[in-house]
Design a protein around this ligand. Structure first.
Ligand code: LLP
Length: 425
C-alpha cells in the first residue's frame, strides 16, 4: 500500500490505502454527500497560484484567473481573497465575480462576442480592461462608452499566429481561429482605436491556446508581441501592460508542462533582454490554477463483461465530466481504496447517459467492484463549469477541503430544481 501523492496532484494521496484530499478521506465524503461528487483542495489552488506569484516576485504583475475553468463561487472566493483578478467572458461571469467578493477593477473581459448589454454592465462595474477582439467590436464599445458617459479601458487581442501544439479545439492563436485581430492588422487597429473618443488604450493582449506543455510557443508569442509593442509605441500610442493570456497545461497523463515559475523565469528573461522589464504584466491562467486541485468521486454501478469489451458503468457521466466526449481527453481514474491483492478488469469506464460518446476512460484496469468508488483525477478545471443537465441529471455536489475542514460549495442539485422555472400551457 502506498502513501504517495498521485503524480501532478500534490494534495491528493493515499493514506493507509485510502484516497484523501488534504486531510480528508474521500470515502467518508462520498458516504455523507453521495456521488458524483467534486472535491477540491484549497491548498492545491493556493500552491498553483503561488507558483505564478513566485515567478512574478519584484515585478509589476496581475494574475487574472480565467474563471471559465471553474466559476463556482467558493472557488472564485479563494482566488479573490488571494488577491487575484479575473478574466471573464460574459456578463454572467462578471456577476459571479462580484457575488464572490472579487474586485471589478481587476477584471479583464475577453471574448469575440460581447453584447452591448454586457459592455454596459462591465462599464457600470468599472472593470479594468476590455480585451477587444475585432475592429467591429471597437466601434460598438466606443459607441456604448460614449452613450454611458465614460471611456472604456482597452487592450486589443492579437492573434500572433503561433502554433501552441495542443488539441485543435483548444488552440486559439492560429490564423484560422476566430480569436483576436490578425498580427498584420494590429497597428492599424490600434491607430483606429486611438481616434475613438470612448476608448482609452491601456494594453495589448494575446492568448494562444490551452493545455500547452512546452515553453517554446510562449517565447515565440512574446517575441511577436514585443515587436508589435515597439511598432505601436513608435506611433505614439503607449501601452501600460502586456497580457500573455493563459494556457499553461497540467499533468493529466504523464504530461510534463513547465512549472509556472520556471516558465515565467524564461519569459521575464526575454522581457528584460528586450528592454521591457518594467512593463506591467497580466496573465490569464485557468486550468493550471484549478485542474489538479479537483477530483470527481463516482460510484461503480455495474461491471458489465462483454464479448468484445468490458464496461464499468459508474454514476458520473458526460454531463458531469464532458472533456472525454468533447476532446477525447484523458483523466486518470483511481480507486478510493487500494486493493493490491485483487485482479483488475480491463474495461471502458462509462456513464449512464444514453450516448456511445458517454465515456470517462477507455481501456482502463479497474479493480473496484459494484458499490465501491473511483476518483476521476484532474477534474477541477472545465468539468463543473462545462457540466449540463443532459438526461435530466442534476448537477453534482461540490466540496472544498481546507486541511481537515470540509465546506460545501454547492449542494447536489435536486430534480425539482431542474424544471422549477418551466411552465405548462
Ligand atoms: N484566456 C482566454 C482568452 C481563454 O480563451 C482561455 C481559455 C484562458 C485564458 C484560460 O486558458 P487555460 O489557462 O485554462 O488553458 N474546455 C477546454 C479548454 C478551453 C479553453 C478556452 N480558453 C478543455 O477542457 O480543455
Amino acid at each position: 500500500m502506498t502513501s504517495a501523492n498521485l503524480p501532478g496532484h500534490p494534495f491528493v494521496h493515499y493514506r493507509r490505502g485510502t484516497l484523501c484530499v488534504e486531510g480528508v478521506e474521500l470515502g467518508a465524503l462520498a458516504r455523507e454527500h453521495g456521488t458524483p461528487l467534486f472535491v477540491y483542495s484549497k491548498a492545491a489552488m493556493l500552491a498553483a497560484l503561488g507558483a505564478y506569484q513566485r515567478g512574478f516576485t519584484g515585478r509589476k504583475a496581475q494574475v487574472c484567473y480565467a474563471m471559465k475553468a471553474n466559476s463556482t463561487l467558493g472557488v472564485l472566493q479563494v482566488f479573490a481573497q488571494a488577491g487575484c483578478g479575473f478574466d471573464i467572458v460574459s456578463g454572467g461571469e462578471l456577476a459571479r465575480v462580484i457575488a464572490a467578493g472579487g474586485d471589478a477593477r481587476k477584471v479583464i473581459f475577453s471574448g469575440v462576442g460581447k453584447t452591448r448589454a454586457e459592455m454596459r454592465q462591465a462599464l457600470q462595474a468599472g472593470i479594468g480592461c476590455f480585451n477587444v477582439e475585432s475592429e467591429a467590436e471597437l466601434d460598438v464599445l466606443n459607441a456604448v462608452a460614449v452613450e454611458h458617459g465614460s471611456t472604456a479601458p482597452i487592450s486589443i487581442r492579437v492573434n500572433p499566429n503561433v502554433d501552441p501544439k495542443t488539441h485543435p479545439y483548444i488552440s486559439t492563436g492560429l490564423k484560422g481561429n476566430k480569436f483576436g485581430v490578425a498580427h498584420e492588422r494590429t497597428l492599424e487597429t490600434y491607430q483606429r482605436a486611438a481616434r475613438l473618443p470612448g476608448l482609452r488604450i491601456v494594453g495589448i493582449d494575446c492568448h494562444i491556446g490551452s493545455q500547452i506543455t512546452d515553453s517554446a510557443p510562449y517565447l515565440d508569442a512574446l517575441d511577436r508581441m514585443l515587436d508589435l509593442v515597439t511598432a505601436i509605441e513608435a506611433h505614439g500610442i503607449p501601452l501600460e501592460h502586456i497580457d500573455l493570456g493563459g494556457g499553461l497545461g497540467i499533468d493529466y497523463n504523464g504530461d510534463t508542462p513547465p512549472a509556472a515559475d520556471a516558465l515565467w523565469a524564461q519569459l521575464l528573461a526575454k522581457l528584460d533582454a528586450r528592454g521591457f522589464g518594467e512593463r506591467k504584466l497580466m496573465i490569464e491562467p485557468g486550468r493550471s490554477l484549478v485542474g489538479n486541485a479537483g477530483v470527481c468521486v463516482t460510484e461503480v454501478l455495474y461491471l458489465k463483461p462483454g464479448e468484445h469489451k468490458n464496461f464499468c458503468v459508474v454514476d458520473a457521466a458526460m454531463n458531469d465530466l464532458p472533456r472525454p466526449a468533447m476532446y477525447q481527453a484523458f483523466h486518470r481514474i483511481v480507486p478510493l481504496q487500494e486493493h493490491t491483492e485483487r485482479s483488475a478488469l480491463l474495461c471502458d469506464v462509462v456513464g449512464p447517459v444514453c450516448e456511445s460518446g458517454d465515456w470517462i476512460g477507455r481501456d482502463r484496469q479497474i479493480s473496484a467492484q459494484a458499490g465501491e468508488h473511483l476518483a476521476v483525477l484532474s477534474a477541477g478545471a472545465y468539468c463543473v463549469s462545462m457540466s449540463s443537465n443532459y438526461n435530466s441529471r442534476p448537477r453534482a455536489a461540490e466540496l472544498l477541503v481546507d486541511g481537515d475542514a470540509v465546506h460545501v460549495l454547492r449542494p447536489r442539485e435536486s430534480v425539482a430544481q431542474l424544471f422549477a422555472g418551466e411552465m405548462l400551457r
